[in-house]
Design a protein around this ligand. Structure first.
Ligand code: PLP
Length: 385
C-alpha cells in the first residue's frame, strides 16, 4: 500500500533523541525546546515561537490570548479538521461557521463579509478596565472575539481582503495555519497575518514531531503569556506559586529534538512536495472529470496533501484503497458533525457539502519515489479508462 501521508525521518532525528536520552533531558524543559521554537519562528518570519504538545492546544491557547471567553463567538470555516471547532468549544465560546469557496476550498470571504455587514453591530465593551470595540452578533448580542481562518491543505485565501475585513469589524485573527508551514501569500509566511498563528507537527503534517505544535506571534507580551499559561502558570522559578489556572501543554524536549531535525529538512521536503504537486497536476490534467484545488498567483503553497474533486469520488476512493493506493475522503463539514451541528452555519448554497462529496486526497508523503507517484497516477487513469 502506498501510504497517504507519513513522516519522513531521514535526518538527525536519532542523533538528537539519543542526545536527550544520554543527557537525561527528556522532559518538559531542555535546549531542544528553545531551539525548536526559535527555528519555527524564524522560518515563519515571526518574532516569537511557543511550543505546545499539539496544534489543537496551540489553537486553544491562541483564543485565551485574545480574551475569548464563555459565550463569546469565534468565526471559522465550515470545512476544517475537527480540532479547530474542538478548540473553540474548550473555551466555551460559540462557533459561527462560514461556508467555503468551491474553487479554492478556503472560507468564502463574500459570505463572511455579507454576514458581518447584515448580522452584526459594533459596540464598546470593558475588558480589564480598557474599553474596546467589538462586533456583536445581533441574534445573541454577544461579541465576536476572534476568527480562525484555516489555510486548508496549505493553500491560502485572499489574506489582503480577510485582514482588511477583520480590521473594519474589529475581529482578532488566530490563523489555523497548522497545515501551512512553508506556505506564503505575497511573500509572507502563513501564520503571520494576524496576532497569532499556529502550526501542527502531527504525524501527517509536512514535518512531524510525532505530535506537537507551535504558536507564533510578533507580540512580546502575548508570547510571554503563551509560555506562562502553557507551562502551568508558575509565577516563580522556585516557589510552587501559580497565579492562574494554567495548562500543561508543553512539548517535551525529546519531541522537540525530533522537531529540530525535521526543521533542518523542511526546505527539502517542500521541494519534494512541489515536484509531486507539479507531477500530479501534469499527469491528471484532463483525466476523467478531475478538478484541482485552485491556487491564486499570490500564493506559494507548501503542497502538503494532494486533493482533487471528482463526481465519482466514492467509487474512486474504494477503487484506490483496494488497489494499493491509500486515499481518503475530505473532512465531513463541521455542521454535519453531531456535537458541532447546532451552530449557525452561514451560507448561500452549502458549498461545503459539495466540496466534501467530491474531494479525495491521494498519497503525498515527501518520501514517495517517482515510481510510487507513477503507480498512483496509473491507478487513477485505469479507473477512468
Ligand atoms: C492537524 C490540524 C489541526 C490540529 O493539529 P493537532 O496537532 O493534530 O492537534 C488543526 N487544524 C487543522 C486544519 C489541522 O489540519
Amino acid at each position: 500500500m502506498i501510504p497517504l501521508s507519513i513522516p519522513h525521518l531521514a535526518g538527525n532525528e536519532w542523533k538528537y533523541v539519543k542526545d536527550c536520552l544520554d543527557t537525561g533531558w527528556v522532559s518538559s524543559v531542555g535546549a531542544y525546546v528553545t531551539q525548536f521554537e526559535k527555528m519555527v519562528a524564524k522560518f515563519a518570519g515571526a518574532n516569537y515561537g511557543i511550543a505546545c504538545m499539539n496544534g489543537t492546544a496551540a489553537l486553544h491557547i491562541g483564543q485565551i490570548l485574545l480574551g475569548v471567553e464563555k459565550d463569546d463567538h469565534v468565526i471559522t470555516p465550515n470545512i476544517t479538521f475537527v480540532a479547530t471547532l474542538n478548540a473553540i468549544k474548550y473555551t466555551g465560546a460559540k462557533p459561527i461557521l462560514i461556508d467555503v469557496n468551491p474553487t479554492n476550498w478556503q472560507m468564502d470571504l463574500e459570505v463572511f463579509e455579507q454576514f458581518l455587514e447584515q448580522e452584526t453591530y459594533l459596540e464598546k465593551i470593558n475588558i480589564d478596565g480598557d474599553s474596546q470595540f467589538f462586533s456583536h452578533y445581533k441574534k445573541t448580542k454577544k461579541p465576536i472575539k476572534a476568527i480562525m481562518p484555516v489555510h486548508v491543505l496549505g493553500n491560502i485565501g485572499d489574506m489582503d481582503r480577510l485582514v482588511s475585513i477583520c480590521k473594519k469589524y474589529h475581529i482578532g485573527i488566530i490563523e489555523d495555519s497548522t497545515e501551512a508551514l512553508g506556505s506564503y501569500y505575497k511573500g509572507r509566511h502563513a501564520g503571520t497575518f494576524g496576532k497569532i498563528g499556529t502550526f501542527s507537527f502531527n504525524g501527517n503534517k509536512i514535518i512531524s514531531t510525532g505530535g506537537g505544535g507551535v504558536i507564533v506571534t510578533d507580540d512580546e507580551a502575548l508570547a510571554k503569556r503563551a509560555k506562562h499559561i502553557t507551562t502551568t502558570a508558575k509565577a516563580s522559578p522556585m516557589e510552587y506559586f501559580h497565579d492562574e489556572t494554567g495548562y500543561n501543554y508543553r512539548l517535551v524536549n525529546i519531541l522537540a529534538a525530533v522537531g529540530v531535525a525535521q526543521m533542518e529538512q523542511l526546505p527539502d521536503f517542500i521541494l519534494n512536495k512541489k515536484a509531486m504537486d507539479a507531477f500530479y497536476r501534469k499527469e491528471l490534467d484532463g483525466v476523467g472529470d478531475i478538478q484541482f484545488q485552485e491556487v491564486s498567483k499570490n500564493v506559494d503553497p507548501n503542497c502538503w496533501l494532494f486533493t482533487f474533486r471528482t463526481k465519482r469520488m466514492r467509487e474512486l476512493l474504494t477503487f484506490l484503497n483496494e488497489n494499493g493506493v491509500q486515499s481518503r475522503p475530505f473532512w465531513v463539514p463541521m455542521n454535519r458533525l453531531p456535537m458541532h451541528g447546532g451552530y449557525d452555519f452561514i451560507s448561500n448554497n452549502d458549498q461545503s457539502n459539495e466540496v466534501y462529496e467530491s474531494a479525495l486526497s491521494i498519497p503525498s508523503s515527501s518520501g514517495l519515489t517517482q515510481e510510487q507517484l507513477q503507480t498512483v497516477v496509473d491507478t487513477i487513469k485505469s479507473f477512468y479508462n
